[in-house]
Write a protein that binds this ligand. Structure first.
Ligand SMILES: [Zn+2]
Ligand SMILES: [Zn+2]
Length: 353
């Protein structure tokens, strides 16, 4: 494909710059994807939009932004083995070397090679009309899922599914989710589909408390307060929840996730940044609790998740409260930064309702 396209860049200082750049040409093992939807992740805001927090090669390399892209293959490079022109695809957002230990496990997020490049961080991402993708980074998007469903799988829902699989969630478990931004809401959606018992949420932002209630994913949503741990205990017969998830990334939120978990409970941290303080003996050692860290997911688990979303008839796009065309990417990032929203998507063509 010849010509130019628009792409959105994030120079820092909470700004977005649109530039005209040439439409890329797929090389060996690559395809050109027509972007249909690209959602904005909390880490885009925290680590790139406000300021570039990553150091050196691990930081944002002034490329086209957007690491939650989904679209359709429009051009095949030589040597393509599975996907073809017309394939609907989610982009697993880290391109790994393919031959280090974690890449071989499918966890390209943890690739240890200097060749590792995340879309929207070290190589061009989805905030553009087209994007160049390595075929090995693609996950097939089933026909019954929308491109905006798929965009959220590329990072957010994939991250949540990984954390849930690490701690395990079933009908045996009451669940607490702390922080009800898009990741927290996704956690409740998936835990509910997996048969969790009661699901509770804690959130500080009033808009997000209201949105969580409206989506009807929780048995109870609590406004963040010092009394939250006691409230969760009294809602669970005095014992606390079997599984808790922190997506708040706040010191207090994480401590609440630990303390509201019952004896032998499992806690997963997915929210990034900041710190946490707790007292090891009374908070985790004596009550036999385990804390899990979880970072994104593997590409095979992402494929499994997509299959389950179809089976469960779940549509991640119900979490999208605002859609913008690429020309208004500036407004999209600004809104996500303020947090008076659910998930925010930059959409193209028919996805722009
Ligand atoms: Zn992300
Ligand atoms: Zn690797």
């Amino acid at each position: 494909m010849e010509g130019t396209m628009k792409g959105a860049y994030l120079p820092g200082n909470s700004t977005v710059v649109l530039k005209d750049v040439p439409i890329p040409k797929p090389g060996h093992g690559q395809v050109l994807v027509k972007t249909k939807s690209c959602t904005i992740c909390g880490s885009d805001i925290r680590a790139i939009y406000r300021e570039h927090t990553g150091k050196g090669a691990e930081g944002y390399q002034n490329v086209i932004a957007g690491h939650e892209p989904c679209g359709q293959v429009v051009e095949e490079g030589p040597g393509i083995r599975r996907f073809k022109k017309g394939s609907r695809v989610i982009v697993y957002h880290i391109s790994g070397c393919g031959v280090c230990h974690d890449c071989r496990m499918g966890y390209m997020i943890s690739c240890s090679s200097p060749l590792r490049a995340a879309y929207g961080w070290q190589r061009d991402g989805g905030m553009a009309e087209y994007m160049l993708c390595d075929e090995k980074d693609l996950v097939e998007l089933p026909d019954s899922l929308s491109y905006t469903d798929g965009a959220q799988v590329a990072c957010g829902f994939g991250t949540v599914y990984e954390a849930i699989m690490k701690v395990g969630v079933s009908g045996n478990d009451n669940v607490l989710v702390v922080g009800l931004g898009p990741v927290g809401l996704a956690t409740a959606m998936l835990c509910k589909a997996m048969g969790a018992g009661k699901i509770f949420g804690i959130e500080a932002n009033g808009f997000r408390v209201d949105l969580a209630k409206k989506l009807d994913l929780f048995d109870k949503v609590l406004q963040a307060a010092e009394s939250n741990v006691d409230e969760i205990k009294s809602l669970t017969g005095g014992s606390g929840v079997e599984r808790s998830f922190d997506a708040s990334a706040s010191d207090k939120g994480r401590a609440a996730a630990i303390r509201a978990a019952r004896q032998w409970g499992k806690i997963a941290f997915v929210g990034e940044g900041n710190t946490v303080s707790f007292n090891p003996s009374p908070d985790i050692i004596h009550p036999q609790k385990s804390i899990y860290g979880s970072w994104v997911t593997s590409i095979w688990l992402m494929e499994d998740l997509v299959e389950r979303l179809v089976r469960w008839n779940l549509h991640p796009d119900i979490l999208v409260t605002h859609r913008f065309p690429l020309e208004k990417a500036d407004e999209a990032y600004k809104l996500m930064d303020r947090g008076q929203c659910g998930k925010v998507a930059v959409c193209f063509d028919s996805e722009l309702k």
